[in-house]
Design a protein around this ligand. Sequence first.
Ligand code: NAP
Length: 285
Amino acid sequence: MAQIIDGKAVSASVKAEVAEETEKLKEEKGLNVGLAVVIVGNDPASRVYVNNKKKACEAVGFQSFEYALDENTTQEQLLDLVNKLNSDTSVNGILVQLPLPKHIDEKAVINAISPAKDVDAFHPENVGRIMIGEYSFLPCTPAGVMRLIESTGVDITGKQCVVIGRSNIVGKPQAMLLLQKNGTVTICHSKTKNLKEICLGADILVVAIGRAKFVTGDMIKEGAVVIDVGMDRDENGKLCGDVDFESAEKKAGYITPVPGGVGPMTIAMLMKNTLTAAKQQAGIE
Ligand code: NAP
């Protein structure tokens, strides 16, 4: 039976580290850390994410600035706001909640965020930095996955690592991070042949597909580390992951649950990136 990787506990320890450093920055350097979160429209899921980010900011001692814009906001108005935040010294990190309404070009908005304040690490400059291993910020979800793997004590060096999913926000950066830690990495996607055989060779399996319970126990190598990034709904509408937890936990050595695995890590890593941004802008790091 697998050991459960407790994402809530690991994320709480990351947030505690951030809170402690934030307090020290305030006391010793008189520095406040600020995160601006911009939301356009009324998407209920986005609203929940933004509220959670606001709460996390309060918990670690950051100032949070929320900009809730009307669904009909034009691209020009949004770009004006981003430019204003780029030059606002009380704002260290800028996060524009995705998805944006269809009439707004997401790429144009991401590209307008100053790379120094791009705490989601979606700007092409930051994406490129990850490729060459000279990054300041890592995308929050893959960075959270790395912390979870680290928490197991399993050394990635020389391990067969399989990532299922090749999205720009999860799969691709995840593969790069595992490679940087000396894993031997295979990236799988919807056109991959022999997915089961490839998965069975994985010492570390990261699944980011978006299909409920897709990876089953018979696809998992005995003792593997299994990280489930998926956030899906099962046939009863209950939150679940891309991995069929029940069968997978019988084979895996370590496994993340959904909820309570990768999910809580994403916001914790966002807080960490914002702190890093504040320190860099103050010339401390
Ligand atoms: P995405 O952009 O839709 O990408 C999904 C990837 O899975 C694609 O690369 C796709 O391949 C691949 N895929 C789809 N069906 C497949 C199949 N049958 N076999 C193998 N690969 C297949 O999704 P995403 O944004 O990366 O998110 C993935 C999941 O993670 C979602 O459930 C999302 O909700 C969740 N998520 C969670 C967090 C968190 O904080 N916990 C953060 C981000 C995302 P192709 O490229 O060939 O189409």
